[in-house]
Design a protein around this ligand. Structure first.
Ligand code: SF4
Length: 123
């Protein structure tokens, strides 16, 4: 595995009540500026057709991803085929975080912890 993880935030169209208490831009700027990641990006809705197309364009089979979104089990179900289609492995490459119903600070802490754990695992 190479490099630092990429952080991908799926914000459920921006309309989902589960993310109402999250300040997306504070979170994304914190992750990209303060944490040890390659970069941080936002996608509005990864689990629909254009999200699939984005993932298959975007995923590299040797990179690590932290995906902030909904239930990790649902993420696995929805994204594993996109990883497999480019020769990747969702289970090995992705740390899925459920960031619903969290304050911005809680979400920041959860992402920071995931980045730290990946960094320790790679050391
Ligand atoms: S992947 Fe999860 S967080 Fe993203 S749009 Fe779909 S249901 Fe919402």
């Amino acid at each position: 595995m190479s490099e630092k993880p990429r952080f991908v935030m799926c914000i459920c169209t921006g309309e989902c009540p589960g993310f109402q208490s999250l300040n997306l831009w504070q979170l994304i700027n914190y992750v990209r500026n303060e944490l040890d990641v390659e970069y941080a990006i936002v996608h509005p809705q990864l689990c629909v057709d254009d999200g699939d197309r984005f993932l298959t364009d975007y995923i590299k089979s040797n990179s690590k991803y932290i995906i902030g979104a909904c239930d990790p089990k649902m993420q696995r179900k929805m994204f594993k085929d996109a990883f497999a289609s480019v020769g990747g492995d969702f289970d090995k490459q992705v740390v899925s975080l459920d960031l619903r119903n969290m304050s911005t600070e809680e979400a920041m802490n959860k992402v920071a912890e995931a980045v730290k754990q990946l960094s320790e695992a790679a050391a």
